[in-house]
Design a protein around this ligand. Structure first.
Ligand code: BV8
Length: 249
């Protein structure tokens, strides 16, 4: 692991912190083998996710978009959570108020045991009827029918995710802003901090006086606002923080 800055000041801060909010992005699942959005492995049949994760792509070619999601579901189904997910699940029992906001749709925070999760962009294992709006869990990999249709009304089903150009569900983004404004410490882990409105959540935390801890393998537009910028893999850094936290407890 690359030489880490001393985390003693962070451990001391966390030792007297009750309210922690975490924002994760695709980077926390990278060590599980799930391609990130903007990394070199983020392509599928030479399409970028931004080209396919849109309402217009779906209305033009629902079969192509579903082949893209079926491919991603297959990758996710074949992978496991990593120590970064596991540590965050454990922190629900360590901090009196702990909330996890994720941009990821892979469901890995649930799989790792986290309970208090805000899924900003939905979940790849949920399908939504384009007519009735009903949402169902479906873990078939591969999907039995591409594109899938609603069993009750026959309309097309879509992934229950937020596409580029679509607004986030108001109650969800409102909850995310509240949790960002209320926390004493906000961890921002594995996100390029490009996608809005998620990328503005840590700035809300800064506005309200929270300390921000960024964990990433590279600097991001958020780095200048971070009180602690830990460069390295989240699957290595989070267990290190966790071990020191427990030693101090
Ligand atoms: C909206 C679900 C209102 C689908 C996703 C304001 C300014 C500029 C643009 C906009 C704006 N407002 C709206 C926009 C447009 C757009 C946007 O933000 N575009 C970006 C590209 C600039 N936003 C929207 O459309 C949003 N809607 O705002 O509604 C509206 C409506 C109409 C018109 C205007 C406004 C909706 C955004 C939601 C899109 N859906 N996902 C799907 O997944 O298929 S977002 C998608 O990107 C994923 O959820 C992903 O999580 C997310 C963010 O990416 P990251 O998670 O950061 O992943 P990335 O690959 O980029 O980075 C990985 C990071 O991990 C890197 O930093 C890397 O260094 C690091 N890393 C890698 N390995 C590790 C690691 N770190 C630690 N350890 C490691 N091992």
């Amino acid at each position: 692991m690359s030489e880490q800055p001393d985390i003693a000041p962070l451990i001391e801060l966390l030792g007297k912190t009750n309210r922690v909010t975490v924002l994760t992005g695709a980077g926390i699942s990278a060590e599980s083998g799930i391609p990130t959005f903007r990394g070199e492995d983020g392509l599928w049949r030479n399409y970028r996710a931004e080209e396919l994760a849109t309402p217009s792509a779906f209305s033009q070619d629902p079969k192509l978009v579903w082949e893209f999601y079926d491919w991603r579901r297959g990758i996710i189904a074949s992978k496991e959570t990593n120590p970064g997910h596991i540590v965050l699940a454990g922190w629900e029992k360590i901090f009196p108020e702990f909330y996890l906001i994720t941009q990821n749709i892979d469901g890995f925070h649930f799989k790792a045991g986290s309970k208090n999760i805000v899924e900003l962009h939905g979940n790849i294992w949920k399908l939504r009827c384009t007519e009735e709006g009903t949402i169902t869990e479906n873990h078939d990999s591969p999907l039995k029918e591409i594109p899938p249709h609603c069993p009750s009304c026959g309309a097309l089903l879509r992934p229950h995710v937020v596409w580029f150009g679509e607004s986030l569900f108001p109650s969800i983004i409102q909850q995310a802003y509240t949790l960002s404004a209320q926390c004493e410490v906000m961890f921002v882990i594995g996100t390029s901090a490009f996608v809005q409105p998620a990328a503005s959540l840590p700035l809300r935390a800064v506005e309200m006086g929270a300390k921000v801890v960024e964990i990433n393998i590279a600097p991001t537009p958020l780095t200048p606002y971070a009180d602690f910028s830990l460069m390295g893999k989240s699957g290595e850094i989070l267990p290190k923080i966790d071990k020191n936290l427990k030693r101090e407890a």
